[in-house]
Design a binder for this molecule. Structure first.
Ligand code: SF4
Length: 520
């Protein structure tokens, strides 16, 4: 392990011990003790990061192809169409994850979190464990765990993906998570030439493998009965993809929780594109303890329209204002999916957000008054690691300049002044500048360009043809990526061209060429 890596690791372990001083091990996460997550096709998983959104069967053959998805005794995925919720809660897969964590081992399901931490990034494990350790009696929960890893049947936090009905078809998504994607997939998949890309974009048997189906939640009395039995224990219901705001069963569930009198003890949490938000939703929200709404926006202007296709920026901005005027029990943050298409433009997005002076969106300490981020792991050809070295250096230079600007203008971050935050406090916030720096470290922690850039290029060109979009026009700074060849891949001459330099400077960024030359 390099010195840098072990330094990051030690820093992260110290941070984890500070946040969760009573954690029983350094690899511990509270989620397997309080939480279960579903996929739109009814598969159950340890959490959404254990089996990231949009993941089909992965290339990780070593761990059964779908790492993080709960398996039954026959090795097949535990799916709510044929396996019940509560027996899965204590099946061998879940018990093993718990036992491994208590023994200071890293379960394969959770490798994404540990990898992010190695790269200096704050993982979901950190913030979820800290968050839940303040809401449940962690020591008692650990005490109640049997030697086999079994725990009492109490789910406190459920991630519910009620099918794939969605009103957008984001570029990094797929028919696994969005019904809108189906038509594009039918046009795209038969034409893909790159074998690895074809494997990534597969949609085996239209998602109906191992008893899975996107209608698993319909007419599934056993599931709803067990879920309603858990409501008295429930502290958080989390809705994400498809799009909960257009899924009727999501409303039925909220209404039933209200009818049974448990709404005042339950927090609702959403990752949502916010495209359609009827009054009925806001009326229900008022009755719950709290609502945390993570608004999925990835960039500004037509770049966001390209990524979150076919949304329109005017409507996205309109919904920002609707969300900014919601009731006092609603907390709103921006959930930005960091990927190859937007990392270069993130500074512009953060700056735009700060300049809007929103009343309640990402107020300090959330995202240090800026925005929140998570990485796109799948599809791998849109992962930030795919970018060739010369473009990564452009991103890093832009981030450096932006961070300098931020350090001078830190008081403009939302809620910082009102909360009387000190500059050193702001500088050291886990989700602010440190997060931005961690993003660059993560991007640089692997070079996938030779393997994946051909996939990136084929994918973008084919999607442009299917959707009548134009990547080169929308992302002019990234246009040269489409001309990438393996021979030229790493062969960047270290010079920014004049046009790019001018654009950076016009936007208030500056590039210190000398620093770049000496920066290895
Ligand atoms: S360690 Fe990470 S992947 Fe594993 S359960 Fe916790 S948050 Fe999920």
């Amino acid at each position: 392990m390099s010195d840098n890596k072990s330094e990051e690791l030690n820093k992260n372990l110290a941070e984890f011990r500070k946040r969760v001083p009573h954690a029983p091990s350094d690899t511990f996460c509270l989620l397997p003790w309080v939480h279960l997550s579903t996929r739109p096709n009814g598969h159950m998983r340890v959490c959404c990061t254990a089996n990231a959104s949009s993941v089909g069967p992965t290339n990780d053959k070593e761990h059964g192809g779908e790492v993080g998805v709960l398996k039954n005794a026959d090795g097949k995925p535990a799916n709510l169409n044929h396996t019940d919720l509560m027996s899965s809660w204590n099946n061998d897969y879940m018990k093993n994850v718990r036992k491994q964590m208590l023994n200071n081992k890293k379960p394969p399901s959770c490798i994404k979190c540990y990898n992010e931490e190695d790269a200096g990034h704050m993982s979901k494990r950190f913030w979820e464990t800290e968050y839940w350790s303040r809401r449940v009696d962690m020591e008692q929960i650990i005490d109640e765990t049997s030697d086999e890893g079994e725990i009492p049947p109490k789910i406190r936090y459920l991630d519910l993906r009620l099918g794939s009905k969605c009103n957008l078809k984001c570029i990094m998504c797929s028919p696994h998570d969005s019904s809108m994607w189906v038509k594009d997939w039918l046009k795209l998949h038969p034409t893909i030439e790159n074998e690895s890309l074809k494997e990534t974009m597969q949609w085996g048997n239209k998602g109906q493998i191992d008893g899975a189906s996107y209608n698993w939640h319909k007419k599934n009395e056993a599931f709803w009965e067990q879920l309603y039995e858990q409501i008295p224990h429930m502290k958080q219901l989390y809705f994400a993809g498809g799009e909960a705001t257009i899924i009727e069963e999501h409303y039925t569930l909220l209404e039933e929780v209200v009818r049974r009198g448990y709404a005042p003890q339950i927090e609702l949490r959403y990752n949502s594109n916010g495209l359609e938000m009827p009054q009925r939703l806001f009326d229900l929200w008022k009755l719950f303890k709290r609502v945390r709404f993570h608004y999925s926006v990835d960039s500004i202007g037509e770049m966001n329209d390209y990524i979150r296709f076919p949304s329109t920026w005017d409507h996205t901005v309109k919904m920002f204002h609707v969300l900014d005027n919601t009731g006092p029990n609603v907390e709103v943050t921006v959930a930005c999916a960091v990927q190859a298409l937007n990392i270069y433009y993130l500074p512009d997005f953060v700056k735009w957000k700060i300049e809007q002076n929103f009343k309640k969106i990402n107020l300090w300490p959330l995202g240090a008054g800026m925005i929140n981020y998570h990485f796109v792991y799948h599809p791998p050809h849109l992962n930030v690691k795919v970018l060739p070295n010369w473009f990564k250096q452009m991103c890093a230079a832009k981030f450096d300049t932006f961070i300098e600007w931020l350090e001078e203008n830190w008081e403009k971050c939302d809620g910082v002044t009102e909360s009387q935050v000190r500059k050193d406090e702001w500088l050291h916030a886990a989700y602010g500048v440190r997060r931005l720096k961690g993003m660059i470290s993560f991007m640089n922690s692997g070079d996938w360009s030779r393997e994946r850039m051909p996939e990136f290029i084929e994918y973008i060109e084919k999607m442009d043809a299917i959707r009548d979009t134009n990547f080169r026009d929308v992302f002019p700074e990234m246009a040269p990526l489409l001309d990438w060849t393996p021979e030229a891949g790493d062969d960047w001459d270290g010079e920014f061209d004049d046009r790019l330099l001018k654009e950076l400077e016009d936007n208030g960024f500056h590039v210190n060429q000398q620093e770049l030359d000496t920066d290895d």
